[in-house]
Design a protein around this ligand. Structure first.
Ligand code: SF4
Length: 237
């Protein structure tokens, strides 16, 4: 099986509860959404070539080529393969085959919009970092449908014992009202699922506002954290 992949590289995870962890990133091409804050716009469309350090390899890439690249990029402090994008779940069949040929933990970064595909890979994923988009992200024309799909995906991963956490990107326009449905949706699955509020980068959002959003969510959920993108602070990919 093969897939269109934008780049494969080794770096430090900059988001969520594993921020600071060394990972090999496999960035897949393609995404069904169009978030206003997207910082990987080039990976939303098919790429002619995949970048692996200084090398360029014609797309699509066979699973064996990706496994070789992961092995070449692995270092003693590396802990996971991060499947990212774009939207990696568009390549769920490829992910299944990749996972069955590799023994290191798999960390999935997903917009969570495809519950059917999530169910297909849940038995091979170790950690699921699931986004919940907000109306002000302008990711889709049908926000209610997307939110419903995201919550279903989170429930699937959580119920199948995948370590699952949720990330919400906070914009200047974000309010308690705009995160309310997401917070109550997570609470209805399990109030102990960690929620990361991630201020958009670069940010000049007032810290009092961020603390207020934390308290609003914290009244319903037991593990709410505010974590900015650390990889952007230290200027690494
Ligand atoms: S889901 Fe991710 S890759 Fe897709 S548009 Fe939004 S930020 Fe970009």
């Amino acid at each position: 099986m093969n897939a269109n992949i934008y780049e494969i590289f080794n770096s430090v995870q900059g988001e969520g509860i594993y921020a600071g962890t060394r990972q090999v990133f496999v960035r897949f091409c393609g995404c069904q959404l169009r978030c206003e804050y997207c910082d990987t716009k080039d990976a939303r469309h098919p790429a002619d070539e995949c970048r692996i350090n200084e090398r360029r390899i014609d797309n699509p890439l066979d699973v064996s080529v990706v496994i070789n690249a992961i092995n070449d990029l692995w270092t003693p402090s590396t802990r996971h393969i991060s499947l990212t994008g774009g939207e990696p779940l568009l390549h769920h069949g490829f992910i299944k085959e990749l996972a069955s040929n590799i023994s290191v933990p798999i960390y999935l970064e997903t917009n969570a919009g495809f519950p059917k595909y999530a169910r297909n890979v849940a038995d091979v994923v170790d950690i699921a970092a699931c986004d919940i988009k907000l109306p002000e992200h302008r990711s889709t024309d049908n926000y209610d449908h997307l939110l419903h799909a995201e919550l279903e995906t989170i429930e699937i991963f959580h119920s199948m014992d995948v370590e699952t956490f949720v990330k919400i990107v906070v914009l200047m326009e974000t309010t308690e009202e705009s995160i309310k449905s997401a917070v109550s949706g997570i609470e209805s699955i399990d109030e102990s699922i960690p929620l990361i509020l991630q201020p958009v980068t670069p940010t000049n959002i007032d810290i009092r506002k961020l603390l207020g959003l934390m308290d609003f969510a914290g009244a319903h959920l037991s593990d709410v954290r505010m974590i900015p993108q650390i990889h952007r602070m230290i200027r690494i990919p």
